[in-house]
Design a protein around this ligand. Structure first.
Ligand code: FES
Length: 105
């Protein structure tokens, strides 16, 4: 499955998702600027913030209480904000687009 990350300046990065990786891990694996993932994916840093178009909402895992709490602290939260470490790629998410914020925490 393919993932497209779009940097804040509009630069796109298309990557082929290896099995069982999260959107945060895939960005790091491929050197996509704009995602840090400081906590290694334990939902405790919020440096993997991204905006995921609403059309994908129904296919995404629900936002846990912890993720919701962490999202309250990101710069410029939007209704489409998610933490990329909490979304594991599946075939159903093929083609997903992740817009990256101007800055992480
Ligand atoms: Fe730290 Fe996602 S990598 S919250």
């Amino acid at each position: 499955p393919l993932v497209t990350y779009i940097e804040f300046d509009g630069t796109p990065h298309r990557v082929e998702a290896a099995p069982d990786r999260t959107l945060m891990q895939l960005a790091i694996d491929h050197g996509v600027p704009g995602i840090l993932g400081d906590c290694g994916g334990s939902c405790s840093c919020a440096t993997c913030h991204g905006y995921i178009d609403a059309e994908w909402g129904p296919k995404l895992p629900a936002i846990s209480e912890t993720e919701a709490f962490m999202l309250e602290g990101v710069p410029e939260p939007r209704p489409t904000s998610r933490l990329c470490c909490q979304i594991r790629m599946t075939a159903a998410l093929d083609g997903i687009v992740v817009h990256l914020p101007a800055e992480q925490v």
